[in-house]
Design a binder for this molecule. Structure first.
Ligand code: NCD
Length: 271
């Protein structure tokens, strides 16, 4: 069974194949409505989510499948003290695939050990977020036309951002990667950056510090540098930045749909 717990679970060739399928899905005429017909996805979220849960939900519906959405896990038997293993074994009785977001790093792996259906890790605490990495890589590839030889600046919550943890694993071999935390100045890195990957400060995980993309940063940033952010954003990314040609984060969000559709299709053995 194919679980997706870490970005290491999907190698470069499989990622490239996935991107090709995503390319086709951008054009709605290629969507076969019944591809996931008869299949049920359980969307199980122990932590808040807007984009990850909604894009998986939308992807499944677009492919003709159905979704059991458990966004309020606290109203389930979890409130009665049920452990994650029992919850996952139970939900596996009623679904074909589980998308799982949990509070602690390692929870997704724990769930995969007992699950009778594939688990897709939608973020495990400050661990990993592999499907975000797939859409991040796809966005870099579509805009920069390469995934190698780039100057990539990770900014913000380096310690607790699972999106940085997963993405860094795959880009740090063939690119020049700089980590700029919430106490450091972004300015020196911006004139030569190809990708600025911003993240919010995860105060719910005890992170501290603050930083912000400023008008001064906009003046010095490489014209060709793309600005990415997994969202949600806070004060680090003011709304005026949206109008800069560098900003690709809404494209990134849109790409999440195509990538997750392509990923769901792999579970149906469509390619
Ligand atoms: C991120 C997450 O949940 O890890 N959001 C997302 O899935 N796009 C980032 C965050 O919470 O800051």
């Amino acid at each position: 069974m194919k679980h997706l717990i870490s970005i290491d679970d999907i190698g470069p060739d499989d990622r490239a194949a996935l991107f090709q399928v995503a390319d086709k899905l951008i054009h709605p005429t290629t969507i076969l409505k019944k591809d996931m017909g008869g299949k049920i996805l359980a969307n199980v979220f122990y932590e808040p989510s807007t984009r990850t849960s909604t894009s998986f939900h939308s992807a499944m519906i677009k492919l003709g499948g159905q979704v059991i959405a458990i966004n309020e896990i606290n109203y389930s038997s979890v409130a009665k003290g049920e452990n994650i293993e029992d919850t996952i074994k139970t939900i596996g009785c009623y679904s074909d695939l589980i998308v799982l977001r949990t509070k602690n790093a390692g929870d997704a792996a724990k769930a995969a050990e007992v699950s009778s259906v594939p688990i897709i890790n939608a973020g495990d605490g400050n661990g990993e977020h592999p499907t975000q990495t797939l859409l991040d890589l796809y966005t870099i590839y579509k805009t920069k036309k390469t995934l190698q030889g780039l100057n990539i600046v990770f900014a913000g919550d380096i310690d607790n951002s699972r999106t940085i943890h997963s993405l860094a694993k795959v880009v740090d071999k063939n690119n020049k990667v700089v980590y700029c935390d919430t106490y450091s100045d972004l300015s020196p890195h911006l004139p030569t950056a190809d990708v600025l990957y911003m993240t919010r400060v995860q105060r719910e995980r005890g992170s501290e510090g603050t930083y912000q993309f400023t008008k001064q940063h906009a003046k010095v940033i490489n014209k060709e540098c793309i600005i990415m952010h997994p969202f949600p954003r806070n004060e680090e990314l003011p709304q005026w930045v949206d109008s800069l040609p560098n900003s690709v984060y809404f494209k990134q969000i849109q790409n999440g749909l195509y990538i997750r559709m392509a990923l769901l299709l792999t579970y149906k053995g469509e390619y």
